[in-house]
Structures are given as structure tokens and as C-alpha cells.
Design a protein around this ligand. Structure first.
Ligand code: HAM
Length: 416
């Protein structure tokens, strides 16, 4: 039996890879304008980093990690997200010792053992940013604006920003009690998942996708914020307004990872089956200390690249054309075919995109290849032309053909 890819993984074939490159290029370009620099951290880390960083009671750590013991008897986990590794690297390499805020970004694969559905994979890719070393709400607004600009500039329509403040751990603990007092009497009415979430993370109950009708009149975390949280949240909103970034307040927005404090946000869009979140992030002021570093704050996001590409396809956004070949060589006869090997190589070195036939096909079939590759020119070389030191150059745009000296080919192509 032939092999098949593992469930939840994808082959990115040449027919779609240009779209990936386009999205990645946009991400890099925008990060450079916002002065974020790339960081590349390992694809696997010690399991404990994620237990501590992402949180023991999150779905990710409880059920979704690819964890194994390596030959040195260490527990290793394929990264389920990017933040923990970046923070580990920030601490290990003492980036906090640098005078400026660390504004970092990454693009790469993440791994979660999740139930497969449209837009949900076991190996997926994130474009993420992390800004470490400042509590300034301007940085929260900048990070939210960066993600929003990314979606806009790749050409997506209808991406919305949802914003909330999840407060500090103290605020959350007090809110948790208020919320539990509200939820307890309704316990039996809630869905199975919510009943079990009530024990572990009651804030997530309000985010229930099954049934929202029991939550009318539920307390809002925004009413439980203390002075410091309120001031921070108000400033984030004011800065977003100043930049004209549209957003909606969603007091029920809670993220699936434990490290968030203050600002939490998600990017939403229709068009990926049942899933409407295309990216999310927030502030994490306790995380650096939690994994053994100094008390440095941070904020960031992770955006799913598969989901971005699915949306681009769903909205039929025109991205980039497949690249055009400059010249396709048609060689007829042994000697001519040998000469095309040299010519193709010379032109490639000179900066042209050149291709030839490898199947000793008839002229007609070779011309068809040139068409399929969207070549600007075909260069036709038979033994006769070779003897005269010439080659026929045919424009695939207007069909016009001329004869040029073999050593004048690059010049002829350059001059169109
Ligand atoms: P997250 O919400 O778990 O956050 O993931 C961010 C994004 O990654 C999601 O919105 C989604 O687009 C994509 N994603 C997650 N899981 C899958 C999956 N199984 N298949 C396809 N796409 C997926 C984080 O990971 C945080 N580290 C974000 C962050 C950075 N917060 C602060 N800094």
C-alpha cells in the first residue's frame, strides 16, 4: 500500500506554495516597517516549558501535545505554540539586558493533537509577534494594529478585531467567585463541556459555542477590573481609536492559554467552516517570571497561516501570478540538445529564468511546454542553426520570430 500523509498534516504543493510565499513575504515586510525582527527558536523544547508556560489545565497541555521521551531520557514536546519558546530564548539569551524593547516575530510550524476539521490541523503554521520589556499600552495597540494591517494588506476583507481585558490574576480570582455564584444554580442546564469547565476554568464557560441563552445577566469581567486594569484598557482603546483601527469589545472573550493579563484580543472572519477565529493574542505580564526570568512584561499574537490562506481562497483574492519563464529552449537533434544544456546554464547565471526539454520530445510537444510555463520566448535550436552559430528566438506574446547569434542571446532577451 502506498504511504499517505499523517492525519492533520498537509502537503503544500508547488501549485499553492506561491500563495504561502506571498503571505509570508507580506508578514516579513510589515514586521520590518513596524520594526519587529525575526527570531527562530527550536521546534521542540522541554515539556516542562509548555506545562509552566501555557498552563497545566489548558486543553493544549492536557490533551494536545506531541510529547515523547528522547534517547537521553528527556521529556520533549513539539511546540504547540510560539510564545513559550520565544520567552525561554529571551530569558536564556538575556535579551532583557538590551536597552530597547525586544520586538520579535516568527513564522513556522506548530503542533497540536486536535480533532480534525476545516481550518484545524495537527501541524499548522503561525505568524506570531512578541514584544517584551514594556507595559506601555501603546505597545498593545501597536501589536493589534500590526495584525490588522497584515490582514488588510494581504487583501482580506471582513476581518474584525474583538477586544477584552482579562485583568490581573487577582482580578480574575475575584471575578471567578462572582461568576461561579451566577453559574452554580444553572449548572444542570449547561452543556457537558461547560460543566467540566466550571471546575477548571469557569471564565471559558461564557465562551460556550453550544448554547449562550443561559448567560444572560452574567457578570462581566469588565465590571470587576481594578483601577490599574481600567486605566490600561482605556489607553489601549484610545490608541486604537487614534490609529483608526476598528474593534468591538467582547467581555466574554477568554483565550485558551493561561498566561494572559490585561489585554486579550482575537481576529475573526467568516469563511472557514465552523471556525471564525483567524488569530489571537494578548498581554502576558507574568509569563517571563513564571518560566524563571526577571519580572518583564510582554504582549503578542499568533495568526494561523492556513486559515489566512483558506480565507484568501474563499474570498477569491488575487494574490500573485505564478512566475513567468523568460525563455524555453527547444532543441532538435543531438548536437543542438547538447548545446542547449550550456545555453540554459549561461542564461541562468546571467539572471534569466530559463528552462529546456528533458524528454527528447518532438517540437510540437516542446512548444506546448513553453506555453504551459507561460514563457516569454522560445529559443529554437536545430543542427543547421548550430552550425551557423545562430538561434531562432520566438516571442510567445506576438509570435514574431527572429534569428540572433548564439552569443547575443542574453542581450536579445534583455532588450525584449
Ligand atoms: P492560539 O489562539 O492558540 O494562540 O493560536 C493562534 C492562532 O493559531 C489561532 O487563532 C489559529 O489561527 C491558529 N491555530 C491554532 N491552532 C490551530 C490548528 N490546530 N490548526 C490551524 N490553525 C491553528 C497562541 O498560540 C498564542 N501563542 C498567541 C500569542 C502570542 N499570544 C501572545 N503571543
Amino acid at each position: 500500500m502506498a504511504f499517505q500523509k499523517s492525519p492533520g498534516t498537509q502537503d503544500i504543493l508547488p501549485s499553492t506554495v506561491e500563495r504561502w510565499q506571498y503571505v509570508e513575504r507580506k508578514a516579513r515586510e510589515i514586521c520590518s516597517r513596524f520594526n519587529f525582527r525575526e527570531i527562530r527558536t527550536p521546534m521542540f523544547e522541554s515539556t516542562e516549558l509548555f506545562q509552566r508556560g501555557v498552563g497545566e489545565t489548558t486543553d493544549i497541555v492536557e490533551k494536545e501535545m506531541y510529547t515523547f521521551t528522547d534517547r537521553g531520557d528527556r521529556s520533549i514536546t513539539l511546540r504547540p505554540e510560539g510564545t513559550a519558546g520565544v520567552v525561554r530564548s529571551y530569558v536564556e539569551n538575556k535579551l532583557y539586558g538590551e536597552p530597547d524593547v525586544s520586538k520579535l516575530y516568527y513564522i513556522g510550524p506548530m503542533f497540536r493533537y486536535e480533532r480534525q476539521q476545516a481550518g484545524r490541523y495537527r501541524q499548522f503554521h503561525q505568524f506570531g509577534v512578541e514584544a517584551l520589556g514594556a507595559v506601555d499600552p501603546a505597545l498593545d495597540a501597536e501589536v493589534i494594529a500590526l495584525g490588522y494591517t497584515f490582514y488588510t494588506e494581504v487583501g482580506l476583507k471582513g476581518v474584525r478585531v474583538e477586544l477584552n481585558s482579562v485583568g490581573t490574576p487577582e482580578v480574575r480570582a475575584a471575578f471567578r467567585e462572582r461568576l461561579l455564584a451566577f453559574l452554580q444554580p444553572k449548572r444542570e442546564l449547561l452543556c457537558k463541556d461547560c460543566q467540566s469547565r466550571m471546575e477548571r476554568n469557569p471564565l471559558r464557560v461564557l465562551d460556550c459555542k453550544v448554547d449562550q441563552k443561559h448567560f444572560e445577566g452574567a457578570p462581566s469581567i469588565l465590571d470587576s477590573l481594578d483601577e490599574e486594569c481600567n486605566v490600561h484598557f482605556e489607553k489601549v482603546k484610545a490608541y486604537l481609536n487614534a490609529m483608526n483601527i476598528p474593534y468591538e469589545i467582547n467581555p466574554r472573550l477568554v483565550r485558551g492559554l493561561d498566561y494572559y493579563t490585561h489585554t486579550a484580543f482575537e481576529y475573526k472572519a467568516e469563511g472557514i467552516g465552523a471556525i471564525d477565529t483567524v488569530g489571537g493574542g494578548g498581554r502576558y505580564n507574568g509569563l517571563v517570571a513564571e518560566i524563571g526570568g526577571p519580572d518583564q512584561p510582554g504582549i503578542g499574537f499568533g495568526l494561523g497561516i492556513e486559515r489566512t490562506i483558506m480565507l484568501l481562497e474563499h474570498q477569491q483574492t488575487v494574490t500573485e501570478e505564478a512566475g513567468q519563464i523568460d525563455v524555453y529552449f527547444v532543441g532538435l537533434g543531438d548536437a543542438a540538445e547538447r548545446e542547449t544544456v550550456r545555453l540554459v546554464y549561461e542564461l541562468r547565471k546571467a539572471g534569466f529564468r530559463a528552462e529546456r526539454d528533458y524528454l527528447s520530445r518532438k517540437m510540437k510537444a516542446q512548444m506546448k511546454s513553453a506555453d504551459r510555463l507561460n514563457a516569454r520566448y522560445t529559443a529554437i535550436l536545430g543542427d543547421d542553426e548550430l552550425e551557423r552559430g545562430e538561434i531562432a528566438l520566438k516571442s510567445m506574446v506576438d509570435g514574431e520570430q527572429r534569428v540572433v547569434p548564439l552569443n547575443g542571446l542574453a542581450e536579445a532577451l534583455a532588450n525584449g
